[in-house]
Design a protein around this ligand. Structure first.
Ligand code: DC
Length: 223
């Protein structure tokens, strides 16, 4: 199944901490479009599994959790059953479990329709790993955002410290590399650019420059 409305989608895929989230919300703001933070859905499933003690290898039970998530997003805040869990979702333990359960086909299937439901006029910025390859294969613009592991770890470190969460740079680099490896080598929907994706390396670009490049590519699709 491909996307079911005429509203356009810009997919922004890439490895963890490549700046996708920030770039996606700024591009969405500029265009007046909605955002899908698909990683948040995997993180939410992981968070609920941790809280309810569901076995992290029980694919059927995890898929049921994914299907039943009572969640809504509003102005960058993620509400789970009425509780603001935006900060909890960023914890490394939640991210690591999200990466593990994202390799399970039943979990991915459970989240597929939920992700496509975010599509709405006038358009959607879809941020993730498989937005351009699996979830929105007919998107008119697909960006694959990369940055070297050291730049990404430094950004993640800064984010965590700003939120008052303690962190260690070399542990973060090791975690990022482990997660990249798992995300890009899994059998189902691995992290990889779609054939028609444009790869942007943001290692040496500011957020504003990266946003400007995405918007320029979007403008170019209409010429
Ligand atoms: O983008 P993020 O770090 O919040 O994503 C958390 C995990 O979820 C990541 O390790 C891989 C997984 N994920 C995925 O498999 N597919 C997506 N479209 C988004 C995230």
């Amino acid at each position: 199944m491909v996307s079911h409305t005429k509203a356009p989608v810009i997919t922004i895929d890439g490895p963890t901490a490549s700046g996708k989230g920030t770039v996606s919300s700024l591009v969405a703001k500029q265009l007046g479009w909605a955002v899908l933070d698909s990683g948040a859905l995997y993180r939410l499933t992981a968070l609920v599994a941790l809280r309810t003690g569901v076995d992290s290898t029980d694919q059927t039970a995890l898929a049921a959790l994914a299907r039943q998530l009572d969640v809504h997003f509003e102005n960058g805040v993620c509400w789970l059953e009425g509780e603001d869990v935006s900060d909890r979702l960023r914890h490394e333990q939640v991210g690591l479990l999200a990466s593990q359960i994202a390799a399970y086909e039943p979990v991915r299937t459970a989240l597929l329709a939920r992700q496509r439901d975010f599509l709405q006029a006038p358009g959607l910025i879809a941020d993730g790993r498989d937005m351009g390859t699996v979830v929105f294969p007919d998107a008119p613009l697909k960006i694959f955002l990369v940055a070297d592991a050291h730049s990404r770890a430094q950004r993640r470190y800064k984010q965590l410290i700003e939120k008052g969460i303690s962190a260690n740079l070399s542990d973060l680099i090791a975690d990022l590399q482990a997660r990249d490896l798992r995300d890009s080598t899994r059998a189902i929907a691995p992290l990889k650019p779609a054939d028609n994706a444009i790869t942007l390396d943001s290692s040496c670009l500011s957020i504003e420059e990266t946003v400007a490049q995405v918007l320029a590519h979007w403008a170019a699709t209409k010429n």
